[in-house]
Design a protein around this ligand. Structure first.
Ligand code: ZN
Ligand code: ZN
Length: 315
């Protein structure tokens, strides 16, 4: 029996005993493959019919336990995505509200509210300055940008996952101006997955605070909403009370680059001791780094040793 058959057989055994045993599930690179637990007891009829029509069903074990032929990636016998079937709230949530692409409404890829094609087309900011996240020309990955070489910013490193262009702009704006929390969940999940293999994670995430009057006006802080799924996935607490914005400033997006640092000066204050030596500041979009640099400066003055910046996008 080949390895692939053994794994499919093991799936079925696990599926029959799933209360005690976690079920290993797969998401193959092709977006058509669905998770096995989507079919387990709570399968969704339209997906089932779709797969029957496309002749992907291999066999049925017991009541409602269905394995799918060719479900495993062809290049490896190892899972590239694993879920536990004992996680009832998530299973029920996925059944009631299956992940759906926020951009084209196709079924979601893995747990993202984004389909495989839209995920594949995202403008990932891979060639970036490790210090400030500025996009660099190809083959220049190890070097700092000119600005960071001339003057090192007040933070140590930046992870700006994407470039601020469409469709990232649409996702960020739909969160900020239309209160679309699904965008925050998606952007946060993308950042969390990028960081999931790191072993030297910070001890606290501090979302960039809004001034209380802006918070009341908007009703939420977009940085906090993006930070929530990251905090949950990486098990890092959120620091929501330590830092406050004490000065109401003109929105940075309304100012030219050279005025932004002056505009944000002395806008933050550390009100409580930060219970960590290594923290991450989280913002939605980093443009000139003026806001995060000012917050990092204030936080560093309070005694924090290592400060990272995490952002969804770099403009
Ligand atoms: Zn899509
Ligand atoms: Zn730089």
């Amino acid at each position: 029996m080949c390895a692939k058959q053994k794994i499919i057989e093991r799936h079925c055994k696990q599926a029959l005993n799933f209360v005690q045993t976690p079920i290993v599930t797969y998401t193959a690179p092709n977006r058509d493959w669905r998770l096995i637990d989507s079919y387990f007891f709570f399968f969704s009829l339209h997906r089932l019919l779709r797969d029957i029509i496309s002749a992907k069903l291999q066999y049925v074990v017991g009541i409602g336990v269905i394995s799918i032929k060719n479900q495993l990636p062809t290049t490896t016998c190892q899972p590239n995505h694993v879920l536990s079937a004992n996680n009832w709230p998530n299973i029920i949530q996925q059944w009631l509200y299956p992940p759906t692409c926020l951009l084209c409404e196709n079924p979601g890829y893995r747990h993202y509210d984004l389909c495989f094609d839209c995920h594949d087309a995202l403008p990932f900011n891979n060639n970036a300055c490790p210090c400030c996240g500025l996009s660099l020309p190809p083959h220049n990955t190890e070097q700092l940008c000119g600005q960071c070489l001339a003057k090192h910013p007040s933070f140590d490193s930046t992870l700006a996952l994407l470039s601020y262009q469409e469709p990232v702009r649409h996702l960020v704006r739909s969160l900020k101006y239309k209160s679309n929390y699904a965008s925050a969940r998606l952007l946060g999940s993308l950042i969390a997955d990028k960081l999931s293999t790191r072993t030297d994670l910070p001890q606290l995430i501090i979302p960039v605070p809004l001034h209380p009057s802006r918070y009341r006006e908007r009703g939420f802080n977009q940085a906090i909403e993006i930070a929530r799924p990251i905090s949950k996935a990486l098990k890092i607490p959120l620091g929501l009370n330590q830092c406050v914005r004490i000065r109401k400033t003109t929105a940075q997006s309304e100012l030219p680059a050279r005025q932004r640092a002056k505009n944000i000066k002395r806008a933050f204050e550390v009100r409580m001791k930060i219970p960590a030596n290594h923290i991450a500041i989280l913002d939605d979009v980093v443009t000139t780094s003026a806001t995060v640099a000012e917050l990092a400066k204030t936080i560093r003055a309070s005694g924090v040793l290592k400060i990272e910046v995490w952002a969804c996008a770099r403009a």
